[in-house]
Design a protein around this ligand. Structure first.
Ligand code: FSO
Ligand code: SF4
Length: 549
């Protein structure tokens, strides 16, 4: 195996024996093979689109296939074997259509991803040939991977929007074009252009998801979220899928059960159509990487709707209380099937299990204030602009992104603590768990940590920056008193980063380390064009950011 798609990759180079995340070699190989066959699907898809025979019926499958290979999503090899088999069937259907139309008249040779076929028994052997290292030139490999990893993030966000009935053909068309491009001998410049285009598509995907979430559940509003527990048995919901949470809330109404959010599900408490449920009891536990302790203590069933699911430790006892759904899979856990057309998922088994469980053990007390997505912040725009003009707010620091296990991530806690009192932190994603429970105070009644929501709600932060630019009559987003100190971990964050670059944001600090999939030459392109840089020491970075650098 060779996997270097996340920030925690071994030796900051690549996981080659077993993932630092716990991914087995067999799973890594099947994921590579799935991506390979999806590339083959995309190759025909793009060709058929060019022939006026575009077929968007495979978009949903392609999104789910890519999403399932994101870090901490799919752990069950049997699910990947089934996905590869389905991908081969779909690719062959596209191939038949293509051959019917073109016969022998197509000039370009067919890539292997478009023709290879074998039964499941041969998947493991083939996987060894189709991974990251199949591309020899390190810079082309780096650009192809940057593109594919950004596309994985885009696919995930677009899939969430699709669950709420929001789809855009342009996203599917781009995914098809980008994946097909990785099968061609393209010059580096063409790949760089595709990577930058991926940033624009990432903005489109996050905008679509924002529209889907806010149209369905209302605009997030300032809300208090309890961190303690109640006395009744509970269900813990993690991941990012709001529709799963909503269906579970409906099905648990009047059952005597409470529902708690975990990790990236925290922002659900700010949506009017979700917070209205009195049994949405609070937020439980810390960031994703602490879940083996938190899930153990919870005592009731846990529903994982998306990443991040981590492998259980040997002494964990919650496998029988673990429920996966959607693209998430884990050997030995229960899986809640997809919703039937026009219907809802059936959570009855999980609910029955919850009734037999004791209530959760309290981990914390107190509450958090959340709900600062773009609509809410723009409603406060007058006060914010005034605070800047009076000098009460000197700087905004965008600290969006992911949390992770690495000790170096204490940097983000320390930055939050070191930033002076006249600065405001804008956050989104699970990165916030490094500082959202510190008491950092308020400025003119505005909290010093404004939490816009999930990682995809980084879109909100971009809208806020654009609105501030207009409010101050500035030409360029980079003239704002805003610095970017982003933490990344997995591939959704790659999409968010590309989106920020596409918006023209310069001088982003990225940590705790730059991606291993950036070759020195590709990293240099990002440094030169966008002044992207790694994080430094806390004191130096805080001083530089406050000075506008
Ligand atoms: Fe975090 Fe995990 Fe949302 Fe990620 S829970 S790390 S960027 O999956 O998706 O922020
Ligand atoms: Fe390694 Fe990250 Fe890949 Fe897991 S996802 S195998 S930790 S690079």
């Amino acid at each position: 195996m060779y996997c270097y798609q996340c920030e925690e990759t071994a030796l900051h180079s690549g996981c080659t024996v077993k993932g630092v995340c716990g991914k087995r070699e067999s799973t890594a190989g099947l994921q590579d093979l799935l991506v390979f066959v999806v590339r083959g699907m995309a190759w025909y898809g793009e060709a058929l689109t060019g022939l006026g025979l575009g077929d968007r019926t495979h978009d949903s499958f392609i999104r789910r296939a890519l999403f399932s290979t994101i870090t901490n999503v799919g752990w069950d090899d049997t699910r990947f074997v089934a996905l590869i088999e389905e991908a081969l069937e779909r690719r062959n259907a596209l191939r038949r259509r293509f051959l019917e139309r073109t016969g022998a008249s197509w000039a370009e040779p067919l890539p292997e991803a478009a023709t290879w076929h074998a039964p499941a028994l041969a998947f493991a052997a083939k996987a060894a040939d189709v991974g990251v290292l199949a591309t020899e030139n390190p810079d082309i490999r780096s650009l192809r991977e940057l593109l594919v990893l950004g596309v994985k993030g885009i696919a995930a966000y677009a899939e969430h929007a699709a669950h709420l009935g929001y789809e855009k053909a342009e996203i599917g068309l781009f995914i098809e074009r980008a994946m097909a491009a990785t099968l061609r001998d393209l010059p580096a410049d063409t790949l760089v252009a595709l990577v930058l285009e991926a940033g624009h598509v990432a903005i489109a995907a996050m905008a679509l998801l924002d529209e889907a979430n806010t149209t369905t559940y209302g605009a997030p509003e300032i809300s208090q979220v309890a961190l303690g527990v109640r006395t009744r048995p509970g269900i813990l919901v993690s991941g990012h899928d709001l529709r799963d949470l909503e269906e579970l809330l409906r099905q648990t109404e009047g059952t005597g059960l409470d529902v708690y959010t975990h990790g990236e599900m925290l922002p659900a408490h700010a949506y009017p159509a979700l917070k209205k449920y009195p049994h949405l009891a609070g937020n439980y536990g810390g960031a994703w990487w602490q879940q083996t302790q938190d899930f153990e203590a919870f005592q009731g069933p846990i529903l994982m709707t998306t990443n991040c699911l981590v492998p259980l430790r040997q002494d964990n006892t919650y496998l029988d209380r673990l429920y996966t759904t959607g693209v998430v899979s884990y050997e030995g856990a229960h899986h809640v099937a997809d919703r039937p057309e026009g219907g809802a998922k059936d959570f009855s088994a999980l609910i029955a299990r919850a009734r037999q469980c004791p209530p959760p053990t309290a981990l914390e007390a107190g509450q958090l204030t959340i709900g600062f997505a773009h609509q809410q912040v723009l409603a406060l725009a007058g006060a914010v602009v005034e605070a800047v003009q009076q000098g009460a707010i000197r700087r905004f620091v965008v600290m969006a992104g992911c949390d992770g296990r690495h000790r170096a991530r204490t940097y983000y806690t320390e930055v939050a603590q070191t930033l002076p009192q006249d600065s405001v932190i804008l956050t989104a994603g699970c990165a916030k768990y490094r500082y959202n429970k510190l008491d950092l105070g308020t400025i003119n009644g505005i909290p010093r940590v404004l939490d816009a929501g999930q990682c995809n709600d980084s879109y909100s932060l971009a809208l806020i920056a654009l609105a501030l630019k207009d409010a101050f009559g500035l030409e360029d987003i980079n003239e704002l008193p805003v610095s970017y100190d982003i933490a990344w971990y997995e591939q959704k964050a790659v999409a968010v980063l590309l989106a920020l670059l596409a918006l023209g944001v310069k001088g982003i600090r990225l940590g705790p380390s730059l991606p291993a999939f950036l070759s020195p030459a590709v990293a240099q392109v990002l440094v030169e064009r966008f002044h992207l840089r790694p994080i430094g020491s806390v004191d130096e970075d805080v001083a530089a950011m406050m000075a506008g650098a």
